[in-house]
Design a protein around this ligand. Sequence first.
Ligand code: NAI
Ligand code: CS2
Length: 487
Amino acid sequence: MDRLKDTIDIPANVQVPGYQREQHGIGIVHFGLGAFHRGHMAVYTDDVLADKGGDWSIVGVSLRSPGARDRLLPQHCLYTLVERGVEGEKHRIIGSVKNVLVAPENPEAVLQQLCDPKVHIISFTITEKGYLRDAATGELLRGHPDIQHDLVHPEQPRTMHGFITEALARRKQAGFAPVTLLCCDNLPENGVSLRKAVCGFARLRDQKLADWIEASIAFPCTMVDRIVPATTASDIEQTSLALGRYDAAPVICEPFCQWVIENNFSSPRPVWEAFGATLVQDVAPYEDMKLRLLNCSHSAMAYLGYLSGIETIDQVIITPVFKNFVVQLMQEVLPTLDMPEGVDLQEYCAALIERFRNPSLKHRTWQIAMDGSQKIPQRILSTIRALKAAGKPYTCLAMSVAGWLRYVTAIDEHGNSIEVSDPMAEQLCRIAEQNKDNLQNYVQEIVKMADIFGPDLASDAAFQDTIHNCLQTIYDLGAQGAVGSLL
Ligand code: NAI
Ligand code: CS2
């Protein structure tokens, strides 16, 4: 089968880029060219290029591995977006990505691309762990070896922080117009989190540069939403058959797509709002709604579902006890949300259940369970704080935290090992091993991790007791039985 490398003779039912790619220059550099960016921001941008034109093509930067580059460059960075919904599949070739740079191979090439005066937007989906931040306070982990390396070797950075700071220093020196730094990760106040990370690093390097960044560069917050599971070998095979071309890098996603962006830019930008994005002054209510309802439910189902031996989210949500648990969990969360006029939260919750039920996505509980130390704080713990402050119950949320504690013991309910993928996995699993004969001590040692639970919950005996009781129930009844005991 020929490789996808152009749109000649592509089946008529496959949408192809509605523009001549070579006529559009690079305007965006994106760090973290993973599945989500290619299923979300790159699609909005493809729409802009087709209908409004402009130099808004994207160069992706991989900070860690050549995989994305090796899959995309042989096909001129074209790839298939596969929307899977109840009406079936829709295929679309996306053309907005034009090149991929692998930072460890040639950091200078990345810096030169960032310093192109035609680049106006630098965006990020580098996962929650990519920001090297204290997950509870959001402050930069200044002692991280890569941060320390980049302070000593500013011209051969390893981190996003190092690349961005060096590029901004060079752009400032050259008198180029400011760029906008656009975070699209699932972080609390993600633009603020990005600014803390970048300016925290810049201050360590040059206070005046940090002051200039604070004063000149916009870090708009965003709420990004589209369920985009990791692509499997079967997805590649099925997509290639449908296309009649071999596509090594298709992206599988749900039909739903939402992007709420703070209207705060220090540069030109594509008119994404002409194709469904929403520009607002305050993203916070939308971000809270999404992180505390969608992502919280996702994490709860990931840990408790995986422990119950259920592999994918759609299988978890069609299990009655879990469906009822998720509904109850959402109702527990609702009092902490204050939405703008016209947003119907009950409707949103019902729509989420339907999105979770999508049987064609096969979103793995194991994938969502990744990086819990970086996700739990904004998805679950901040909601618990709000409920505790209001004197309201947080039973389902506590069971979700207990599910995570059970998961990171790295041994499932059948005695099989769990591959815990988390930047803090070694520390978490060590604590579990050291306290495997004393559940109360285990809970105490984990909850004492203030870089996850924050100093308030880390020292809250009542909170610890609540988590301990939930965890004991999970050990007594199993994860599914423990969930059922709450209903
Ligand atoms: P992915 O695994 O396909 O891509 C992750 C990207 O981040 C890769 O380019 C990888 O090289 C980079 N990365 C990973 N760890 C890093 C680190 N420590 N430092 C720098 N770069 C690192 O994941 P995907 O699906 O693209 O998701 C990425 C992020 O997008 C998520 O963590 C989340 O914040 C956000 N997101 C994802 C959604 C989804 O359904 N997949 C939906 C909404 C937001
Ligand atoms: C998921 C998110 O992997 C995870 O942690 O909860 O990537 C989720 O799919 C997106 O936030 C949906 O917009």
